[in-house]
Each structure stands twice: as structure tokens, then as C-alpha cells.
Design a protein around this ligand. Sequence first.
Ligand SMILES: [Ca+2]
Length: 508
Amino acid sequence: MKLHLVAALAAAVSVVAPSRAATCESLSSLSLPDTSITLAQSVGAGQLTLPGRNVAEVPSAPVALKDLPAFCRVAATLKPTSDSDIKIEVWLPASGWNGNFEAVGNGGWAGVISYGAMAEALHDGYVTASTDTGHVGGRGTFALDHPEKLTDFGYRAVHEMTLKAKAIAEAFYRSAPRLSYWNGCSTGGRQGLKEAQRFPADYDGIVAGAAANPRTRLSSWQIWLSQGVLPPENYIPASKYPVIHKAVLDACDAADGLKDGLIADPTRCNFDPKTIECKSGDAPTCLTAGQVAAAQRMYTAPKNSRTGEPVYFNVEPGSELGWAMLARGPEPFSAATDQFRYVVFKDPKWDWHSFNLDNDVALADKIDNDTINASDPNLKAFLAHGGKLLLYHGWADPGVPPLASVNYYKTTVDTMGGEAKMADSIRLFMVPGMGHCGGGEGPNTFDMMTAMVDWREHGKTPERIVASHITAGKVDRTRPLCAYPQVAKYKGSGSVDQAENFVCEVSR
Ligand SMILES: [Ca+2]
């Protein structure tokens, strides 16, 4: 009788036992190092309104995330140091988990969780996670007198989030994620590189777009640029950006073999703004001598005046319509001044006019000491376990110079044994006509995560990734993005708006 009862109970349990080990709500009592779980809540399918993503420097308005599948929402605060205050969220599909983890990156100085990107990953069936990088708000002010918080922003918040998200997934499903992916752009690109370099076991595949990197050099360039383009005698009103852009296209669009409004490789475009200098005075259709100088500075990489050593890169011809991002004024891009005010000089009153390229870059590098910068080209440990690195960057990026990604790609590939040896480990896709992580006139809608999954899980090395250009919700052009150094070349017949009429080939 007793035995029968036990057997019956066991049978009942085995029938009603959920397929996963824990309920969502029970995760609130999960014990993890340095972690307080502040929310563990089942969320039904539908809409959820949450703070927006902090893409550049200002947190955006709340976003309504639509058509979310049902999921378990976990929020936690991590304190790896006594001064740390790292907020993370981990979202776990209630059903249909694809078995993998996709973490999403941040923008600018972060200070906000990337809910929109989390929603996309959740849609695709992933467990996903994001962190606010250890402080609230999109400015660098938090760093003043908080070196541990700066380290959290630099790399620790992402690493800690990664460990905890994997542990939470394992507790929820009784099964750890099989593969882990990173997907980020801008600061998120830099975060991805940092993970590959510093915590090579965290991820199996890393998608790193337009990495804002090395950050000390990026900020130095942005301030140096401002010193040349913001003085009133040089200032270019936004109404003239299209004038310069048209002149650039007139000079360089057709030179790549196809007049399509895009410059396939802007580094081969030698446009001199002096060609549109006003004959005398000023007019809406030409540039004054000061404006010519400002435009030339946009296209010029800064160099140390004593050593001649290049400090960083420049925006490329074709980026003109986005120049307001750095050249609008009256102040430089605040992400850059914040770095010098709150990290380098630790003086909120520091005046950007006093920035000295020759001295202050070296000081910024020294103070950073590999905290935010992610320059290490040694990816041996990451690649040793099959890690794949997929880089991309818009050629018309007006905020982070595209050659920063080309440079990291080349340096890393050279360090790791050359292009042939690295062809199945590191790939770079440059995107003609795309702005900073999106936007611009070129085909700018593509799916790097699917390319990554095909690569990492199905052995299909990405050679060409089809990008779409969408106007008013309709695709009006498709074009292949090609693995660097290849570019898309028109076959010579068929619509120039259809990807199948292009081949990827090296043009130099
Ligand atoms: Ca062209």
C-alpha cells in the first residue's frame, strides 16, 4: 500500500513535472556570487514599454517592445567591488528556447540597458542579457573619483553579466547554453572586442560593429576635429552638407565602376573640398576658405606633430550628410569631452580648447591602461576554442572612423598568422553608404547574427551578406556586402538594385 502510494506519487510528479527545473519566480532565491536578484517575473506575450537604448550620448525615449513572446524576466544587481552597482537583465524564453545565449551591447557611455536589442534576440529564441555597464545615465560624469565604476564600464560589467546570465539560464532550464554569442555596435562593438581579448572563454561568436575603439584615440580625434571645425570662421552650416556630398559623389561615385550614389571604397576617393571653394565671399552652393579648411580636416587623420605618428583616423568621403554628429557644435561630442574631463584630467571644468594632441593622447592612453581601449590583437585563446569574430562598419560612419575597424582587422589578422590562415576565424564587412551602426543612403539592413550562426554552427564562412535598403517599409535595393578586402562589383547587366547582379572581388 505504502509502496503503491509512493509509486503513484512518483508517476504523478513525472507527469506534471515541468520540462524545466525551476519556475521563473523561484529564480528570485537563486544564490550567485556578488549578485542580488531584484526581479524574477513571468511576462506574458505582448507589449512591454521600457527605457530606450542610449545609442549616442543621450538616452532615448521609452520604447514599446511589441509582439514579445512570453518570457521569464530576471533583473539583478551585481557588486563585484564595493563601489560597483551593475544592473543586468536576463530574459529567458518561456518556450521554444533555441538552446543558445545572445548578449547584446551598448552605446556611448551606456548607463541604460539595451532593451530593444534584447527584444530582437528574444524573438529569435535566445536567452539574452544586457547591462547598464555599472551606472545610470549616458554621460561620463560617473567616472569621476570612481575608478571601480570605470573598470565596470570598461569591461567588468559585461564579463560579470555574461557569467551570471549563463548561470541563470542553467538554473532555469537545468541546462547551460550550448553556444554564446555577442552582438553589439559602437560601444557594443568595443565591448565585443574586449571580451574576445580579455575573457576569451565567454563567447563562441562575436559580432562587433563600428567598434568605438580605441576609445582614447577616438575621443582625442573628436576633440582635435572640433578644434578645427567649430571656430566661427570655419563652421560649416548643415545646409552645406548636401553641397559637399554632391561634389564628393560627382568626383568619386562613378570611379568605382558604377554610378549608383555609393562609393564602394572611399579610401580611393581623393576629393579636395577646395574644388568647391567660393570664387569670392560666401554663397549657399560653395565653401568659404575657412569651410574648405574644416572639410579638409574632416578627411584628414590626426598626426602627432613631433613624431608624425598617426593618432587615429578620419571620416571618409561620402559621410557628409551625417557630419552634424561631430561638427554641429557649439561643443565637441560630449562623449569625448567627458572622457577628458572625468577620466583623464579629473576636472569637470577642463576646457576642450586646451586639448593638446601631442601630449594629451599619450596621457589618455597611460591613464586608460587597457581599461576601455580594446586594442590587443592577440586573440589566440578566443580562436583556440573555435571562436569567430565578425566585424562590420559603415563606410559613411560620421562618428567612428571606418578605418578603425579596418585597422583592427588587419593588425589582428597579421598578428594571428595572416589573411589565409585567419579566413575562417576573423571576417570584416564594410558597408558602403552606411552611417554609424545604421542609417545612411546605402543598403543598411542586414542580419549579421544569422551569418554568425551559419558560420559557427554550420561551418559556412561568410563571403557575402546581402544587405537591403528600405524606403517607407519597402525594399528598393539589395546589395551584397563582401568580406574585406573584397568589394561588390557590378556584373555589367541586370538591375543595379539587385544583389544577384554583383560579385565580390578584390579591386586593388
Ligand atoms: Ca559608385
